[in-house]
Design a protein around this ligand. Structure first.
Ligand code: WTA
Length: 635
């Protein structure tokens, strides 16, 4: 990044002010000075907040892979682009140079072309954290196909729903995947999904576990033989700034998952600039983001942000607890990691283990440590800061969302003084506002409000795949003229933001966003269930866990409660994935409902949190007596 590097607090304020006063000039200069373009833009930005229409770098032409790979080859061809650290520590790590990355991505892009994938086609990638996942994304981008990565922990139903929503033509998967002591049969899950996904014509299969799998003739092909026959150079398609780069599904508070669409130029500029500044990346540093690439954090900060900066990025296939609770620290020591970016849930799960698990390792290469995905509580913050950062690494608590494309509120290391539990100051170009329920801006400090953003930034999602109205309704309607994040926040006296959590029916469990509606749908599929409501409650390690209130049909008939609980959780696992299983299930005879038939979740949330008597105003309920009953029998 050749300009607008933030090196002091004074400079931050100067750059910030400029970015807000003259956003076009600001984002224009960053785009101008740091990337390769086939053709420059006519306008930096054109937008309409009411209609949720955003065009950044209008009419510019580029290919993001030229920026992630090709332009580094002259000076950094032999530099490691990706370090692959396998699940099993006995298996050797792989070091993939930029030259090798170029060849792999080119070969795979040629395979995709040969299989009939064209610009604008959707390709689903359902892979474990292995290098082919990175190659797959970049190969799509090379030819202008739109990748839709689905987290490999999702069930076949969830996979099929996502494939169908964006009508993917091709799936890239593997025979299986390793995660800790487990082996997962990914191909089997894909086979099942495809019985309900007719748009898929071709499945390319990576060999990872050597598991015995079925290959459906005419549809499934092993990837490696095709790669071996392919050319290792590939022409990069000319892509318009606003052509979609990827679709990534995120949970909504209602109904089916939202296919958030990110386009090419704005996403590129935003992830590159945020990566450089939020992690203070310097040449030769080794950067490690532990997020799975199935989530946006992996897209923006394992793949695109680092590669756009010519960085070395580490991809880790395993889990923090396998083979021991030292694995993260062992990997940091082994690869001399300089920037480490993880989630509070991982920190909390490791902090509860013996301190020797971390103390026995040399972590002194670390310069910056980061947190993302959910609010980091004070205790976890201090443990991370003291034992991992050794009190010398700035801890950047980065707030952002799938929808924002990249980090929007965060400290800048060595620049912004950090404050536990505060994400701190907005990134240049970002203008946060807090709004109250009456749609007035909250001017005072220390009051929780709805966190909105006033002006667009290059990384903002452009739409929900083929459902623009839902995009408008979800993010741009409640507070007209502003982007509404769905999070609550407060601002302290110096202007630091503290994120307080979701204000809608999305619950963040171990850093994964889960909508309550699809979970309730899964529960209601059980033949014994009449209806159900799911809420979150605080959990020491996961941040939140799920509590289900379930009303049974003909109560007397269902005596084996333990079995019922198992079956309900199995249904959730099948429909969504094991991450959405309920920690507690309480069978109730009714749910608190308003006259209009709406479940009053506020009350259920209080009960789940252990509240016994203070439920506020319950006079609007048709069945106020149920509250006492549910609370008396709560778990
Ligand atoms: C939450 C992940 C507090 C928030 C990048 C947001 C956070 C949701 C933080 C988006 C943070 C993310 N502090 N809460 N530093 N970062 N969140 O789409 O509720 O998977 O709305 O994107 O995670 O989750 P998503």
């Amino acid at each position: 990044m050749n300009n607008y590097s933030i090196n002091s607090l004074e400079q931050y304020f100067k750059i910030y002010r400029k970015s807000i006063r003259k956003p076009k000039k600001f984002w224009g200069e960053i785009a101008e000075n740091n990337f390769t373009w086939y053709q420059k833009w006519d306008k930096v930005v054109e937008f309409d907040m009411q209609k949720a229409e955003f065009e950044w770098y209008k009419n510019a032409k580029l290919n993001i892979t030229k920026n992630c790979i090709d332009r580094h080859l002259a000076n950094k061809g032999d530099k490691t682009a990706i370090i692959f650290e396998p699940n099993n520590p006995e298996e050797p790590s792989k070091y993939i140079t930029y030259n090798e990355l170029y060849k792999e991505v080119s070969a795979l892009s040629n395979v995709l072309r040969d299989q009939g994938v064209k610009k604008g086609d959707r390709v689903c990638i359902y892979l474990p954290m292995i290098p082919e996942l990175a190659y797959g994304m970049l190969a799509c981008a090379r030819i202008g196909a739109i990748h839709s990565v689905v987290f490999a922990g999702f069930s076949s139903n969830a996979l099929s729903t996502r494939i169908n929503d964006s009508e993917c033509k091709l799936v890239i998967t593997s025979d299986g995947g390793y995660r800790g002591a487990k082996t997962i049969n990914l191909k089997g899950i894909v086979d099942e999904a495809l019985t309900k996904s007719p748009s898929v014509e071709r499945v390319l299969v990576v060999k990872r576990t050597d598991a015995e799998i079925d290959m459906q003739s005419g549809r499934d092909l092993w990837l490696q033989p095709l790669i071996d026959e392919s050319e290792t150079t590939s022409k990069a398609e000319i892509i318009d700034a606003e052509d979609p780069l990827f679709i990534l599904y995120t949970s909504g508070s209602t109904g089916k998952p939202k296919g958030m669409v990110h386009t090419t130029a704005g996403y590129m500029v935003f992830t590159a600039y945020t990566f450089k500044n939020v992690f203070n990346y310097n040449t030769d540093d080794v950067f490690w983001c532990t997020a799975d690439i199935g989530w946006v954090t992996g897209h923006s900060y394992t793949i695109y942000g680092p590669l756009l900066n010519g960085a070395t990025t580490l991809m880790f296939e395993g889990t923090p607890s396998y083979p021991t609770y030292s694995r993260f620290w062992e990997v940091i020591q082994k690869h001399k990691v300089n920037q480490f970016y993880t989630a509070p849930t991982a920190i909390r799960s490791l902090a509860k283990e013996r301190i020797e698990f971390v103390q026995n390792f040399k972590l002194d290469t670390l310069k910056v440590i980061g947190s993302v995905g959910e609010p980091i509580n004070e205790e976890a913050w201090h443990w991370y800061n003291d034992h991992v950062g050794n009190k010398k690494c700035p801890l950047v608590d980065t707030w952002w969302q799938t929808e924002t494309g990249g980090i929007v509120i965060s400290a800048i290391p060595f620049v912004t003084p950090t404050k536990p539990t505060y994400a701190s100051l907005p990134f240049p170009g970002i203008k946060p506002v807090l709004m109250d329920e009456l749609r007035n801006e909250i001017e005072v400090n220390q009051k929780i409000g709805n966190l909105c953003i006033e002006y667009p930034w290059p990384g903002i999602a452009r739409t929900i795949w083929r459902d623009h109205q839902r995009y408008i309704d979800t993010y741009f309607t409640k507070f007209p003229g502003k982007y509404f994040s769905g999070d609550g926040a407060l601002r302290d006296e110096v202007g630091y933001y503290r994120i307080t959590g979701r204000v809608d029916d999305v619950i963040i469990v171990s850093g994964h966003n889960l909508g309550t509606a699809p979970i309730e749908d899964a529960i209601n599929e059980h033949q014994a269930v009449a209806e159900s409501a799911v809420v979150g409650f605080p959990h020491d390690i996961k941040g939140n866990a799920l509590y289900g209130f379930v009303v049974l049909k003909e109560v007397g008939l269902w005596r084996d409660r333990n079995n019922l609980i198992k079956e309900i959780n199995q249904l959730i696992s099948d429909q969504i994935g094991p991450i959405a299983k309920l920690a507690k299930i309480q069978f109730v005879t009714g749910l608190p409902k308003t006259r209009s038939g709406k479940i009053m979740r506020r009350i259920l949330r209080k009960i789940a949190e252990g509240e016994k008597s203070e439920f506020g105003d319950i006079t609007t309920l048709v069945n106020p007596e149920i509250v006492e009953e549910i609370s008396r029998e709560s778990l």
